[in-house]
Design a protein around this ligand. Sequence first.
Ligand code: MP5
Length: 218
Amino acid sequence: MGFCSDQLNRIKPMWDSMLNHRFLLETRDGKISDQIFAQWMRQDYLFVRAAIPFIAALIPKAPLKHWEAHSNVIVMLQKELKLFEERANAVGVSFDNINPWFTNHAYIQFLLATAAYESYPVAYTVLYTAEKAYHDSWKVVQKGLDKDSKWYPFVENWAGDAFAQYVDYLGNELDNLASQAGKDELKRMSEYFELTTKYEIAFWEMVYVGAKWPGLKN
Ligand code: MP5
């Protein structure tokens, strides 16, 4: 077995708790409140925006054969931002004066710090885990959400075939990187796999708990 399936098996209870998060189940069942969904939209819009410099920062560390894929991802992320803007316009959600909430802020800093300070295989682990988490999460939503739902375009984006192929590609490449990694690096990759999963769970949870900057009434 490769690194990705080993990791997914190792942290299966955590991964499953992410896939059972109430945000996903309520969205799948058409029961999510518009206000909660709008909170996710605003925060994820900021996250996707931050993913662009994250990918850009990987390019100087990446082997040449990964440059094209990373460049394509930047284009994909720009399209994703337009999807968010289009949906926000369509349903009357405002993106004016938005800032990352505490958990989102931490996650974004984690991404950027990983790209800056960690090795390429460790940063690639974070990229794969975040993308795989979103693919699997929106697959859960796809199982029940009506295709006419105003939220369905998000399902198409992350649960669709193009995204599935991209995640498979990332997984194969990550398995290759791991097969060449030494013991210490593999340990760090495995820690970052788990850390990224924890951030993904925290992100869904944040949508319900709000900004929650410690020590402030927010
Ligand atoms: C992704 C995302 C997927 N949009 N938001 C979070 C919190 N995690 C992962 O990444 P992308 O860059 O939208 O494909």
